[in-house]
Each structure stands twice: as C-alpha cells, then as structure tokens.
Ligand binder design. Structure first.
Ligand code: SAH
Ligand code: SF4
Ligand code: F3S
Length: 442
C-alpha cells in the first residue's frame, strides 16, 4: 500500500466552515489522505475561507503568500482554496495567486477527490457550481472515529433574506434544508462516537423546513423534539437564528424541552428602525424587543447573544444611540460586533460610507456596554448551581474545564470527572473569562 498523503486544512469564518472542514477531511480520507496539523509536512493545503468582511477575505491572499516557499521547496504540494472566498472570487484567486491548484465552493465538497485527482495530472481544478446532487448525501459514509463531547451538525444552508450588507446569499446560495431522517441518523452516529451535545447549524437555522418522515416539512422545533428522543444525546443548541423565523413552537420548546439549552443567539444588527430598514432586515427594534419578551416568558433564565454592525451607511449618532438603548434593554450575555465592511456586489456597498474613525469610535463605545452586561450576567452565576459538560483538562493538574448550560466556560479543581461527563456544579467564583465551580453531584 502506498504511504498516506497528508492534508492540512485551515479554517476561517463561521461554525459552518468548521463543520465543512471536517466533511472535507473525511472525503479526502477516502482518497488516501490523513490530516496533519502543520502545513510544513503537508502534501495538500486547503484553506477553508470566509468572505463576510474585507479583512477576512484579504487574509486568504496573505496566507497563500506565506505558502510560496513551501511550494517552491516541494513542487508536488497541492494548494486549494475552499469556502466562501472560493465561491465569490473563483477564477480570480488563481489569477492573483497562480500557485493555487484547486478552487472549490461550499456546495461542491463531495467532488474534492475528483478535483484532487485532476491536480495530480498537473491540471488546475475549479468547481464553484451549486450542483443539484446533495453534497451531504455523498459525504455520509464516514469512518467511525471517536469524537469529543460536542459537535456541530449542519441542518440548513444558504439564505434568501438578502440583508443589504451581506454576502452569504451569494456565497452559500438559496436556503436549503436537509431531510429530518438524515439529520437524526447523523445525530445518532455522533452520539455513538461519544458526542453528548450537538449544535444544529444553519445561516438561518430557524428557517429550517426539512422533509419529515411523514412527507410534510418539519419546523426546527419539531426536529429538536425528534432529537430530544435520541438516547445519550444530552444537550441541543442551534445557531444562527433570524428574528423573523422565531416561531411559536420554537419559543415554546425553549420552555419545555429539557435538552434544549437556555442560550439563544439572535442577531439584531442595529437598534434603529431607519437603519434596519436600510439594511433590509424586515423587522423593527420594537418587534425584536417584543420577541425577546416572549422568549423570556417561556424561559426566564435564557442567556441571549447578538450580532451588531456599527457604521452602516447613513448611520447617524442618533441611530447609533438607538442601538445602545436596545443593548441596555436586552442585556446580552455575549455579543459579536463589527464595523461595517463594504462587500462587492451587495447593495450597501454602493452607498455613501462613514469615515473609519467614526466606525472605530462607535465600535468601542458599543463594546464597552456589551462587556458591562456580559460581566454582570457572568458574575450573577456565582452561588448558582449549573450543569456542566466537561470537555478537556484545564491548565492546572487535576483541573477540568467544560461549558455550563448557559455556555459559560467553567473550571473545577480536583474534579474527578471524565471528558464527556455531565455534572451539577456550584459556581464559587467569576474570573475574567471563566467561572470556577465545585461539583455538587454527578
Ligand atoms: N446568518 C447570520 C449571520 C451571518 S454573518 C445572521 O443572519 O445573523 C455573521 C455576522 O457578520 C452578521 O450577523 C453581521 O453582524 C456580520 N456581518 C455580515 N456582513 C457584514 C458586513 N458587510 N460588515 C460587517 N459585518 C457584517
Ligand atoms: Fe446575511 Fe442577513 Fe442572510 Fe444573515 S439573514 S445570512 S445577515 S443576508
Ligand atoms: Fe464567512 Fe461564509 Fe460563514 S462568508 S461567515 S464562512 S457562511
């Protein structure tokens, strides 16, 4: 048997890319590749890229530049670009970086072995189609390797919402949901391999409407209730949700389904109705706040997180203030915030842009308020007993680290628990980025 070739994958962007990188590694496993964690000894390097902001996209080219020496030393080394930059810029990548052998878009990963074979013949390979064959279908037959206690599972991809700032509808294509049966099968397989917590992924995960075994489309809530029946699966999360797809049955599930964790990522982007309209978000600040009220009525202790864009075209100081007001009202446990970045081909890129220093200053002000609430929510955990799923040993001997149901990192000294074990933990201290606790029961 010939020696296995080595594949190095570097992943940028969202969790969906993390999931996709795992699938690519498995697909290439079938073509005789094993994964390596350094580019230095690799026979193939794959960059799984993100196009969401300018900086993310530019990173790809600087990273490729760094591989020049490797490629010169080892001309057989194959270099591939996958993900959303591959989808958005395709051929352009090979023009800018002629050493790239392969470009593959997010919907074509099942074709990777074929594309790799093409590069072995000395040809360049490019596939950025949105093919009719289902990439998940072909990627199903995977080796039964042991897994860590948490895993991502993509249930829905793509987006039809076309927010004026966003490239996702162009890079990931139209919204598609996977059938219920396939998802349950994959969840069962993950559990058999040691997974205890699954995060269901989708760019608009709560718009999920996959074909159920009864021939009708199921909602995300219905899918969650089905996964609730999977023995050995202890925790379910989902991300990312859109406010307009937060249906009653999903809100209800947050109150009723014990495996569904009390944490919800619900991006709002802005607190100004004028800007929300210009963003094509099709919800208002008020409708978002009322929605949060309903979610909190169903699950009072839920921790909320969000995404914010500051410095969107035409954002005035008052618009920005409206966003701050919304933050003060919601009190997020966590948030991701970004300066608006112009993306080629999106409507907002054509509009008058705000100066960079205004964006930077607003970002700092917003982040200070987010951090303030985040701190209070984290500190409030002291004295409470939470469930923790242990994921890895900590830095100190005997220490174990895991995540609480509210997604806080929790470490316990002299824990005497294994990876993948759940325990009830009393929180005794709130540190800079994590909580310290003691085990009350296992
Ligand atoms: N599908 C998710 C997230 C998409 S991208 C959703 O609908 O919420 C993740 C986040 O990146 C977005 O929520 C937004 O806050 C940010 N983002 C997207 N495009 C951006 C841009 N052009 N500039 C700055 N931030 C952007
Ligand atoms: Fe982008 Fe908006 Fe779709 Fe989210 S809902 S992926 S922000 S277009
Ligand atoms: Fe980036 Fe594509 Fe995800 S643009 S955020 S990797 S969907």
């Amino acid at each position: 048997m010939s020696k296995a070739k080595r594949l190095y994958i570097k992943t940028y962007g969202c969790q969906m890319n993390v999931y996709d990188s795992e699938r690519m590694a498995e697909a290439m496993g079938g073509a005789g590749y094993v994964e390596t964690d350094t580019p230095d000894d690799a026979d193939m390097i794959l960059l799984n890229t993100c196009h969401i902001r300018e900086k993310a996209a530019e990173k790809v080219y600087s990273e490729l530049g760094r591989f020049k020496g490797l490629k010169e030393a080892k001309p057989d080394l194959k270099i591939g670009v996958a993900g959303c930059v591959a989808q958005a810029e395709g051929q352009e990548i090979m023009r800018r970086q002629p050493m790239v052998d392969l470009v593959v878009g997010p919907q074509s990963y099942h074709r990777l072995p074929e594309l790799e074979a093409k590069t072995q013949e000395g040809a360049k390979a490019l596939d950025t189609e949105f093919p009719v064959d289902d990439k998940f279908d072909t990627l199903r037959h995977r080796p039964k390797a042991k897994r860590g206690p948490t895993a991502f599972l993509t249930v829905q991809e793509g987006c039809d919402k076309f927010c004026a700032f966003c490239v996702v509808p162009y890079t990931r294509g139209a919204e598609v949901s996977r059938p219920v049966g396939r998802i349950v099968e994959e969840a069962q397989d993950l559990v058999e391999r040691g997974v205890r917590e699954i995060t269901l992924l989708g760019q608009n995960v709560n718009a999920y409407h996959g074909a159920g075994p009864d021939g009708v489309d199921w909602s995300l809530a219905k899918l969650i209730w089905e996964l609730d029946k999977v023995d050995g699966l202890e925790r379910i999360r989902f991300t990312t949700s859109h406010p307009n797809d937060m249906t009653d049955d999903l809100i209800e599930a947050h109150g009723a389904c014990a495996k569904l964790m009390p944490y919800l990522h619900l991006p709002v982007q802005s607190g100004s109705d004028r800007i929300l309209k210009r963003m094509n978000r099709s919800h208002t600040a008020e409708s978002y706040l009322r929605l949060i009220e309903r979610i909190r009525a169903a699950r009072p202790d839920i921790v909320l997180s969000g995404d914010f864009i500051v410095g969107f075209p035409e954002e005035s100081e008052q618009d920005f203030q409206d966003t701050i007001d919304l933050i003060e009202e919601v009190k997020y446990g966590y948030a991701y915030s970004f300066k608006y970045s112009t993306r080629p081909g999106t409507p907002a890129a054509e509009r008058d842009q705000l100066p960079e220093d205004v964006k930077t200053e607003r970002l700092h002000r917003l982040q200070a308020r987010i951090t303030h609430h985040q701190r209070i929510i984290q500190d409030d955990m002291v004295g409470r007993t939470v469930s923790v799923l242990f994921e890895k040993p900590g830095r100190l001997p005997g220490q174990m680290v895991g995540k609480s149901d509210y997604l806080h990192a929790v470490h316990v000294a002299d824990a005497d628990v294994g990876i993948g074990q759940l325990a009830q933990v009393e929180i005794i201290e709130s540190g800079s980025n994590s909580l310290a606790g003691r085990i009350v029961s296992k």
